[in-house]
Design a binder for this molecule. Structure first.
Ligand SMILES: Cc1ncc(COP(=O)(O)O)c(C=O)c1O
Length: 377
């Protein structure tokens, strides 16, 4: 059949065609950070908050060794990884959920808890995946205004009504890099109706060294309505393998388990994640790199006249001045032409901002040099 024959459907027949459920075709598909720049060989990708050091060599070895098992289905419950996580974080194994990235866990939670017309609450600049999952289930997405790109607990609480089922909080947040303290998370939780599930997304939690911060695992232990998520994509550098996990109340874990795709984490991914968790030396190196360059990059970018939002993650966000010729989009193109791929944030409604992953010394210096040239031009 030719493409023309596929398209030419008599108007009277359109009602009979497969039709997505309401709202699906209004969803803006997630736009990942760019990986390349036209005409530039081997650009440096600083657009997706990945681990610039790669991954643990032990994780890579485990992944390669798992190649002998490709004909087999994985252990759907991921017993070895579940046991390793339970042991590492001192958690009850039956309260863990494993996902094809934490993205899948957000999608499953939305699917389990939202009926059409229910809503989720998230910060104004909240991570895009939460809203996609909610809308896919005919849920409404409520954005609570933030102050200085930081979650405002009162605004989050004010956005909640009797149809709210889930509150999503990335802490630290993406794309802003900001965080709220343990005390603020406690206040948010204390203000929630008991039937609202608080999802604390700790994708970048390990990078936050502030003494007032906590990822929420402690708080979740005795709560019936808190889920804490973590990912192997950032600190552990295993984004390609798609492994995320959550610590949930037993009843939540049980509900998710009923609809979870049975083999959602693969054998090589489970094996690599177990090895990565044990490689504390690699983790320490990754954290030290961010610790070393985050303050330097913040200071240098601010020195160029950019409004840098203080970050607690492995990336940072900067705003460009409202000067013609100096827009974020122009800076993004300028940097790309020099082989540096940053993340434009227009999709988040942050039209004049860029986000940059903290890189190796040479990457960070190259970003600062390129932006200095851009701002001076
Ligand atoms: C805040 C936040 N949560 C979750 C994720 C997704 O992580 P995963 O790779 O585990 O799906 C990301 C990825 O960029 C993120 O920024």
């Amino acid at each position: 059949m030719t493409p023309a024959a596929i398209v030419a459907i008599p108007p009277a027949m359109t009602d009979a065609l497969p039709t997505p459920r309401p709202g699906i075709t209004d969803i803006q598909a997630y736009t990942p950070g760019k990986a390349g720049a036209e005409g530039v060989a081997n650009p440096v990708k600083l657009s997706a908050n990945e681990n610039i050091l790669g991954c643990s060599p032990l994780a890579r070895e485990a992944y390669v060794a798992a190649a002998v098992n490709l004909a087999q289905y994985p252990d759907g419950r991921g017993a070895a990884l579940r046991a390793a996580l339970a042991d590492h974080y001192r958690l009850e194994p039956n309260r863990l959920i494993l996902g094809c990235g934490t993205d899948e866990i957000f999608a499953l939670l939305n699917q389990v808890y939202l009926c059409a017309g229910d809503n989720i609450v998230q910060g104004q600049w909240g991570f895009g995946a939460y809203a996609i999952g909610a809308r896919a289930n005919e849920g409404e997405v409520r954005f609570a205004p933030e102050r200085h790109y930081r979650i405002d607990v009162d605004a989050m609480l004010a956005a909640i009504d009797e149809r709210t089922r889930l509150v999503f909080l990335a802490n630290p947040a993406n794309p802003t890099g900001t965080f709220i303290t343990e005390a603020e998370v406690q206040r948010l939780h204390a203000g929630l109706p008991p039937n609202v599930l608080l999802v604390l997304d700790g994708a970048y939690a390990e990078f936050n060294t502030d003494p007032g911060f906590d990822d929420g695992l402690k708080l979740a232990r005795d709560a019936h309505n808190i889920v804490v998520t973590h990912t192997f994509s950032k600190l552990h550098g295993l984004a390609a393998l798609r492994v995320g996990w959550a610590y949930a109340p037993a009843a939540v874990a049980d509900a998710v388990e009923r609809i979870r795709p049975p083999f959602n984490t693969s054998i090589p991914a489970q094996a690599a994640a177990v090895a990565a968790l044990a490689d504390t030396e690699f983790q320490a190196r990754a954290l030290a790199l961010v610790e070393q360059w985050r303050p330097w990059l913040t200071q240098q970018l601010a020195g160029l006249g950019l409004d840098v939002t203080p970050s607690s993650a492995n990336f940072m966000m900067m705003e460009f001045p409202a000067t013609p010729g100096k827009t974020a989009a122009q800076a993004e193109a300028f940097l790309a032409s020099r082989g540096l791929i940053l993340r434009g944030l227009a999709g988040y409604g942050l039209d004049n901002h860029l986000r940059v992953t903290i890189g190796l010394e040479e990457h960070n210096r190259a970003v600062v040099d390129a932006l200095a040239a851009f701002m001076a031009a």
